[in-house]
Design a protein. Sequence first.
Length: 256
Amino acid sequence: MSYKAHCELEPYRLPPAYHRLGRAVLCLVIMLMAGCFKYDALPALMEAIRNDDLAGVRASLEKQPNLEPVCVADDVCKPLAYAAEFGDLDIIKSILDAGADPNGRNAAGDTAFMAAENAFAIAGKSRAAVRAVQEYLLRSGTDPNQANSLGNTAFMCMAAGGDAKMMEIALDYGAEVNHQNVDGWTPLMAAVQFGQNRTALWLLQHKADKTLKDKLGKTAYDYAIWFNHGETAKLLQDYAAQAPRPVRGRRTGRPI
C-alpha cells in the first residue's frame, strides 16, 4: 500500500535579504496556512488493523481518516476490506460505526464481504469466526451479489470452500444461486471444481441450474468429468429437481 499526499503552492519569491532560516520559517507558515500538513490518519489506521490493535484503530478513527480512498492498481486500500482480511469482528464493527461503506470496493473490486474469505490464510481464522464477520457485514447492508472485476462473488467462494451454512445465510439476504462470472462460471461449477458434493447437492436443492453453460460451452457436469470427480458427476447426472427448501426471506436492518 502506498499513500501519497501533496499540495501545490504558487511559488513565493522572497527578497534576497532573507537568510535561509527565515525563508524556511516563512515557507513553513505558508504551507501550514495552505493545509499541506493536515494529519493523515489512514496509514496509522491501516497499521493498527494489521497489528490487530483495537485501541489503535479507535484512536485513528477519532482523527476521521478517509475511509473510502481511491484505490490504485492491486491496492487493498479500503480499511473495512483490509480489516475483513484479518477477521477481527470488533475492529470491523468500529470501522462500520465510523461510517465506512459496507459495499466499498478495493482495486480488484473486492468488498469486505469477499475479502473476509482471505482471513483463513492471512490470519488463521476459523470458519466460525469468518462466518460471524460475513453475517455481521450482511446485517450491516453488504450486497452479497456484488462481484469483483472477474465477476466472482463471495457466494461462489463459499461454494468452492464447501460452506453451505454461510451460503444459507447469504441466500436469506438475496444471494443469487445462478450468478455467472465473466467466464460464465456459476457457484455450482465452483463447488464441482473442488469436489464439494454436499455443497453441490445443497445448490441443486436451492434451484441451481445444472444446465447452464460457461463461455466454453461446458456445464457443471462437464467440469465434474474434467476434474475427475466421478461421484460429483453421478450426483449431477442423477439429480432430479425437487421442491427447494424454504427461504426465510431477505433480511434487512443494521445490527444492534
